[in-house]
Design a protein around this ligand. Structure first.
Ligand SMILES: *[C@@H]1O[C@H](CO)[C@@H](O)[C@H](O)[C@H]1NC(C)=O
Ligand SMILES: *[C@@H]1O[C@H](CO)[C@@H](O)[C@H](O)[C@H]1NC(C)=O
Ligand SMILES: *[C@@H]1O[C@H](CO)[C@@H](O)[C@H](O)[C@H]1NC(C)=O
Ligand SMILES: *[C@@H]1O[C@H](CO)[C@@H](O)[C@H](O)[C@H]1NC(C)=O
Length: 386
């Protein structure tokens, strides 16, 4: 079962590539644009001015597939790597990447980022800035391809988001004053969802129609969260559990209303909370030996994130022998093996796991915009022939 999803991903993309021959411009692809946090960051934080705990360009990160640290916060590939398959979509900020980087899409995600500007200020690229970076890509593309063509490309593309988790954790883990302290839980979550919605609406205005989302996973039960209360090691971090549930409920509601309000808006929402919590609680059912202990780190459950000595060389850290036994690579981030499973669920999962569309259906979906565009083209031709 595990491999069949991946086979369909490869098959789907190679079909597109084969049909289109050797012209590999973005115009002939179904592009993927990625926004978010460490769950999706393929290396953007390597290129910004930040601190070492916000970067993962150190060993043993990247040890599994790449054999060197790429900046991905995992032993290997992330969810977008499995969705886009090959070639990997590079980080937006990677230098020396001319137009080829737009071939399959662009990844704007940044580890530590939130939807709110006050989350990780100055240390990560927040969602609003990711949108601005996308607008810069739009400008470049428009000067090369023209406005109408870029709109067409954008309308066929899929926009994948994982954002919000850092906003929910930040007030607790960073112990900073934020919007959180001065507002009720409901109001705080409204701000997170509100800022996220503004970005979705902007992308829609730019032509985006097909959106993919992961709700917030069960990170309230990650190794890091499981050791917050040292007197009750192994119990989930309750204050965040509550926030995550409010957030996920509101996210589902807002997406339903966007689909009603915005003509042609279609989306996939993966229930990451459930898929992750199932694996934390029943690791062996999914091929893992450990669901609660990280592969890399120190302290109880390796829940202190010293992996790669990111908190300084004096700390030291443990690294597991066989990463394929583990769900979590470090205290808050999954292994490549887990990412592969999640990518399959997002790509082809049933509606109670990923809905109302799954990502495969979204990519294949023909939008009215495309039809009217084609009809207009045909009309133009007819006019010429007359
Ligand atoms: C945080 O907020 C409290 C109460 O509003 C205030 O007394 C304190 O000085 C603030 N701390 C910082 C670091 O801003
Ligand atoms: C975005 O978040 C800020 C707090 O950073 C808040 O003041 C603002 O109202 C939010 N915007 C929306 C549209 O919810
Ligand atoms: C690692 O674990 C997997 C699954 O438990 C097993 O198939 C593999 O042989 C192990 N590899 C090593 C090097 O022990
Ligand atoms: C989804 O539905 C199937 C049956 O159609 C069921 O076996 C499975 O447990 C459901 N998954 C979730 C996450 O609810």
């Amino acid at each position: 079962m595990e491999s069949s999803g991946i086979v369909s991903i490869i098959f789907f993309f190679s079909t597109i590539i084969n049909c289109k021959g050797n012209n590999n411009l973005i115009t002939n692809q179904f592009a993927l644009f990625v926004f978010g946090d460490s769950v999706f960051d393929v290396g953007n934080n390597n290129y910004i001015d930040t601190i070492s705990s916000y970067r993962s360009n150190i060993r043993p990160y990247g040890q599994t597939t790449f054999k060197f640290p790429t900046g991905r916060v995992s032993d290997g590939r992330l969810i977008p790597d499995f969705i886009a398959w090959l070639p990997l979509i590079p980080p937006n900020l990677q230098p020396n990447n001319d137009n080829n980087k737009f071939t399959y899409g662009v990844n704007f995600a940044s580890a530590g980022a939130g939807a709110l500007v006050e989350t990780s200020p100055g240390l990560a690229i927040n969602l609003g800035t990711q949108l601005n970076n996308f607008k810069n890509v739009e400008k470049r593309l428009k000067s090369e391809l023209g406005d109408a063509e870029v709109k067409r490309v954008f309308s066929r593309a899929v926009y994948l988001f994982h954002i919000g988790g850092n906003d929910l954790f930040y007030p607790f883990f960073e112990k900073r004053n934020s919007t959180f302290q001065s507002n009720s839980k409901e109001k705080f979550v409204d701000f997170v969802i509100g800022n996220m919605t503004s970005v979705i609406e902007e992308v829609y205005k730019m032509g985006g129609r097909k959106f993919g989302f992961l709700n917030e996973g069960a990170y309230d039960c990650s190794p890091r969260s499981l050791i917050v209360d040292r007197t009750k090691i192994g119990s989930c971090f309750k204050p965040v559990t509550e926030l995550i549930h409010v957030h996920n409920k509101k996210l589902a509601e807002v997406l339903r209303s966007l689909q009603r309000e915005l003509s042609g808006f279609r989306y996939a929402l993966h229930d990451f909370y459930t898929s992750l919590s199932e694996r934390i609680n029943n690791p062996t059912k999914y091929g893992f030996k450990e669901g609660k202990k990280a592969c890399c780190g120190s302290g109880p459950l390796r829940g202190i994130n010293t992996c790669g000595n990111r908190l300084g060389p004096s700390q030291g850290y443990e690294l597991c022998e066989n990463v394929t036994d583990y769900l979590f690579f470090d205290s808050s981030h999954l292994t490549e093996k887990a990412h592969r499973q999640m990518a399959e669920l997002i790509w082809s999962g049933p509606p109670n796991v990923t809905g109302p569309y799954n990502l495969k259906a979204l990519f294949e979906l023909k939008l009215t915009y495309n039809r009217s565009y084609i009809l207009r083209k045909i009309k133009d031709k007819v006019a010429i022939y007359k």
